[in-house]
Design a protein around this ligand. Structure first.
Ligand code: MSP
Length: 531
């Protein structure tokens, strides 16, 4: 992955930027309820990566949306005494308002009940049928409506679905089947030849192991209810909700409706998913695409599960806290930072109020917030709030070089970590730079320089360096803490939106314009008290 911004102060000017698209997706969420912390986890991670890729100068297309068909949604509507359509129309705003509150920068939002999705889904399934990839058979099995999937007896614990805690229903009907079994060899080849197709590696091995045991054909239609996309050649059937849902990634990119757009965006560069839905994305989805000779997504990244209070996730616990509650206390920046920093993205992780407050205070209020207010206050006090001229090479000493080197290393580590979707690691690297800037303040003691007129230029140089460091932090941290980054950008006297800048244009030292007027302002991250 080229790191376009890594130019350093000995940079080579603007990198030429070829058209370089990056298409990433979150799962589309079932509209059976409102969003909880687990849903927001996937979504914020994708947003962090999307914003980073934009700063790299890529043409990012970031998609999220809602999964509205199937029994799970139909039954929750029924329980409210509403039609599925009324219910989903009421629920969509409950999701988008959480995404807005979390500063989601998605470029598109797809609902599977939209015509732009439903018509292309029919086309896709018809094309499978025309290629003899679909046949009519009969099926008897155990169906978990919570998972919207058939279960084999060995997947159950005491006869119940381990994820949803209730017994699946016995279903016996004539269904259309997709010839999934025939794709096992090609899938194995895919995982073996493309180590990044399923990430992280442990998940890839799981999938590979399971596919090696062989695949069954997949039932892809249902006749016992009608909340779904009709099978085009046999309208008694509706298309299985997972087939319908997976296709959102292609239909939102123009499949079956806008060839030029599809050509430009497809294949997806990365699908972010939870580990519970990896099988659909790593096995069924590529097989569906192979069946029509369409290009495959480059990566399916499966993250772990979020737990609450150190206990195994339970739905009531998880839904007991709404993302709004946490945003109210920690702001959207605090929310985004905590979940991305605290949890190792590939693994299961825990949320607690205590851990969140501790992390917020130490990293955001102390390390970053205090640095910003100290630096801006000193510029105000010693230089009337005006940025001095940038130092020439001969004015730079060893301490200054070490600060610059730390930035360079931290930036590179952050970029590399994000290329591997190591989200917590990326933030650890970024904070090495923040901490180094704090240490630099202690090392160069601007307050001592200010007492000595002979050191006037040295004082200007160190304060310039520090202000420029804050500018570089605003840029590289804007994907994770967009509000504070923009705020900092403006306090440094910089115009426009930091999210619209690029590493190539702005990632070097010495680019803070002389004579900018700075502002001290209130703390970027007010401390949170213990209770
Ligand atoms: N509708 C399907 C996805 C279709 S994608 C073509 C679905 N929806 S969901 O709303 O149930 O879940 C969506 C995502 O939320 C999944 O990636 C799931 O892993 C994630 N999470 C749900 N609970 C979670 C946690 N407790 N922790 C982390 N992520 C969790 O599945």
């Amino acid at each position: 992955m080229p790191v376009l911004g890594l130019l350093g102060e000995r940079g080579h000017g603007k990198a030429s930027m070829p058209y370089d698209k990056f298409y990433l997706t979150t799962p589309i969420y079932y509209l059976n309820d409102v969003p909880h912390l687990g849903h927001a986890y996937t979504t914020v991670a994708a947003d962090f990566v999307a914003r980073w890729r934009r700063l790299e100068g890529r043409q990012v297309h970031f998609l999220t949306g809602t999964d509205e068909h199937g029994q799970k949604v139909a039954r929750s509507a029924e329980a409210k005494g509403l039609s599925p359509r009324e219910w989903t129309d009421q629920l969509v705003p409950r999701w988008t308002e959480v995404w807005d509150a979390l500063d989601l920068s998605n470029d598109d939002f797809i609902r599977t009940t939209e015509t732009r999705h439903e018509e292309p889904v029919k086309k896709f399934v018809q094309a499978l049928y025309d290629r003899d990839q679909i046949y009519l058979g009969s099926y008897e099995g155990l169906y978990c409506v919570g998972c919207e999937a058939f279960k084999t007896p060995d997947e159950l614990v005491d006869g119940k679905c381990p994820l949803h805690g209730f017994a699946p229903e016995v279903v016996k009907e004539d269904n259309y089947f997709f010839r999934l079994a025939g794709f096992a060899d090609r899938l194995i080849e895919l995982y073996e030849n493309n180590p990044r197709f399923v990430m992280p590696e442990s998940r890839r091995n799981e999938v590979l192991g399971k596919v090696r045991q062989g695949l069954d054909d997949l039932s892809i239609s249902r006749v016992s209810f009608d909340w779904g996309v009709p099978v085009p050649w046999d309208e008694k059937h509706v298309i299985y909700v997972w087939i319908d849902a997976l296709l959102n990634y292609a239909t939102a990119a123009g499949y079956g409706s806008d060839d030029e757009m599809f050509e430009r965006l497809w294949p997806a560069d990365i699908h972010f998913v939870g580990k519970d839905i990896l099988w659909f994305h790593a096995v069924i989805w590529p097989a569906m695409l192979m069946a029509l000779d369409l290009p495959l997504p480059k990566t399916v990244f499966a993250h772990g599960y979020l737990q609450v209070g150190g206990e195994k996730m339970s739905k009531s616990k998880l839904t007991g806290i709404s993302p709004h509650d946490l945003i109210e206390s920690f702001g959207s920046d605090g929310y985004r930072y905590f979940f991305m920093r605290e949890l190792s993205f590939g693994q299961d992780g825990n949320f607690s109020w205590e851990a969140m407050a501790a992390r917020y205070n130490s990293d955001l209020a102390n390390d970053l917030g205090n640095l910003a207010s100290r630096v801006l206050s000193m510029i105000h006090r010693y230089l009337d709030g005006v940025i001095p001229s940038p130092p020439s090479d001969s004015e730079i000493d060893e301490a200054d070089l070490r600060l610059r080197d730390t930035h360079r290393a931290a930036f590179k580590e952050m970029a590399d970590a994000l290329a591997d979707v190591e989200i917590g690691e990326a933030l650890k690297s970024a904070w090495a730079f923040v901490r180094k800037a704090n240490a630099y303040v202690e090392e160069v003691t601007p307050w001592a320089l200010a007492k000595d007129d002979a050191q006037r230029r040295r004082l200007e140089v160190v304060l310039y360096q520090l202000a420029d460091a804050l500018r570089l932090m605003a840029l590289m941290l804007s994907p994770i803490i967009p509000h504070a980054a923009q705020d900092l950008w403006e306090r440094l006297g910089l115009a426009g939106a930091v999210r619209q800048r690029t590493f190539a244009d702005d990632g070097r030292w010495g680019m803070l314009p002389e004579s900018s007027r700075t502002e001290v302002g209130t703390p970027l991250f007010p401390r949170i008290e213990a209770d």
